[in-house]
Ligand binder design. Sequence first.
Ligand code: PLP
Length: 385
Amino acid sequence: MIPYGRQDISEEDIQAVVDVLRSDFLTQGPAVPKFEQAVCDYTGAKFGIAVNSATSALHIACESLGLKKGDWLWTTPITFVASANCGLYCGAQVDFVDIDPVTWNLSPQKLEEKLIVAKSNNKLPKVVVVVHLCGLPCDMKEIYQLSQEYGFHIIEDASHAIGGKYYDEPIGNCRYSDITVFSFHPVKTMTTGEGGMAVTNQKELAEKMQLLRSHGVTRDPQKMTHEPDGAWYYQQITLGYNYRMTDLQAALGLSQLQRLDEFVARRHQLADIYDNALSELPVNLPIRSEEKYSGLHLYVIRLQLEKIEKQHSDIFDFLRKENIGVNLHYIPVHTQPYYEKMGFQSGDFPQAETYYQEAISLPMFPTMTASQQEKVISILKEALA
Ligand SMILES: *Cc1c(COP(=O)(O)O)cnc(C)c1O
């Protein structure tokens, strides 16, 4: 099976992890702060908080922004469930904003329409989580403008988008958001095995997230209620979690980061080949744009079903049967049984639901060979014939 995504681990990556194994600290050592600084240097953000997953990063991001019971979090239905679940962890209610039919990202027009209604109902969101689907940056200027007008916070779920650029600036610089979150799961653009990071330019949010990452415990005398009892002393000043990243993971991340630009460039090469080879087929291809330089975590095509005599699932099954590891990103979150129990139903977000009926993620990863890609292309052509 040619997988839809796969990590690329070099001998240097392996050596970096082995070096940590031979060192004094497997966790809470020097590699984590080094990795955080390296991601800050890369993105231009001021503070980085490394954690054990993007899911954890989304949770502490929401909590640091004060999201709680009685508040609303809005996100896109076309995302992994984690982008919405983080609101529920904080006791907030979740709602969705339909996608744009061309970019497949959260639609700024739909957002504005929904904000106007929410304002009159006194139900404005406290947090909007935008997701750079497949790595394509969202319309951040428009969304930021709305955040200023309606007073909500923005979290960028950039799990797909590390290495991408928005108007020539790195995703993660938080110019148009409070916090940006990355995932380093092995299918993503760079990996730490499991892992994630939240970056921000706001010191107060960074300090809150640092506390929440590790039990709500501080060793900073300035934050304590009284002078330390002694050199051993720490205080728990809020309720936190154990969301820490290990030094093994951070060392792998540091090493992978050296090749991030290479990974993204290779993904663009592969995407160029797909763009050319598939341009005549009855499929819609992902947007490619200078101003929105995609991290290209995924290469998703949308079937023009009115021009094809087969069903979406037939094409999907045909590819799988031929050992092409296609996938579908994503099932609209509001149609998940857990969300349907909250009252959401099919028909609520029509653009997202149409996307779901048409989308297929084709294999794309840096070590993909030319012959693997040719195979994907020829079997897809056969499937659509
Ligand atoms: C992968 C992913 C997550 C979750 O990342 P983990 O690191 O596995 O927790 C969240 N949001 C999106 C959009 C993702 O693709």
